[in-house]
Design a protein around this ligand. Sequence first.
Ligand code: SF4
Length: 327
Amino acid sequence: MNQFQYVKPSDPKTAIAIVSKEPAAKFIAGGTNLLDLMKKGIVNPEKLVDINNLPFKSIEKASNVFRLGALVLNSDAAEHELVKKHVPLLSMALNAGASPQLRNMATIGGNIMQRTRCSYFYDTVMPCNKREPGSGCGALKGYNRMHAIYNNTESCIAVHPSDMCVALSALNAAVVIQGTGGARRVSINDFFRLPADHPEKDSNLLKGEMITAVEIPANTFGKNIYYLKIRDRSSYAFALVSVAVALDISGGKIRDARLSLGGVAHKPWRLYQSEKFLVGKQVSQANFLEASKLSIQNAKGYEHNSFKLKLVPKAIVEALQKASSNA
Ligand code: SF4
């Protein structure tokens, strides 16, 4: 690992000023992904700006929004009474992620900022456009079992690894960002990028900007939610496919529906067409099947991951069944 400086400012302005001015400075909070990247020489910051003293550790509910500070630990958020009561989908998704030890260190902001787990990204002797733009993509013709089926380019077919962000996508959460020019809010569905011509960029966050919170607008989903994660082992594994479902059901009819997928694209993948189909329909297996068929219209498999084309619709149907049967 390269040598680096370490500072721990106590106010956001100072932290943001340092990372804005210094090209090789980076924020660090839980460090559960960044330290791995540094040990492998994938990122080499000259200065780490520890943000753990900053005042972003609260969980608050107002009448129209639920707010989680960026430094709330994943484990604290997952088990918090207000989260379990008002945004249970988020609690389910958080508990599906990583391991208890990692959830005890990882923060909400860090969960959003974690990098892909594509094995070629972490193997520095292999080509990887995300790690080294222009070098090629080792996964495209390599072992791509974990990779994307929804793409806008073949420059990178990596998937976003977070479970939490799939739930946040379904809940139309906003990422609250602070920079030298002030604060801004970006929908999580616009925060992450597709690879296009810049696979090295995961998100639309600008240099020096810091995530300070996540806001979830009030909703009417109640208990008809479910987070289904399909993976190779039952704990501490990334999703092959995951599905976040939130339904508003009244008298057996679906009044509102949200569906987002994980493990299939460079960002959490909202299924707007399937949602539109479900709204106004009765809760029924036939309607769930129809909605699931719409999900893979623009999907494309590669040598080792074509099974996802069958797995995705089946996972959607199962998640819809589970969500609609919650009392
Ligand atoms: Fe790199 Fe993306 Fe290709 Fe993986 S899929 S090797 S991260 S360019």
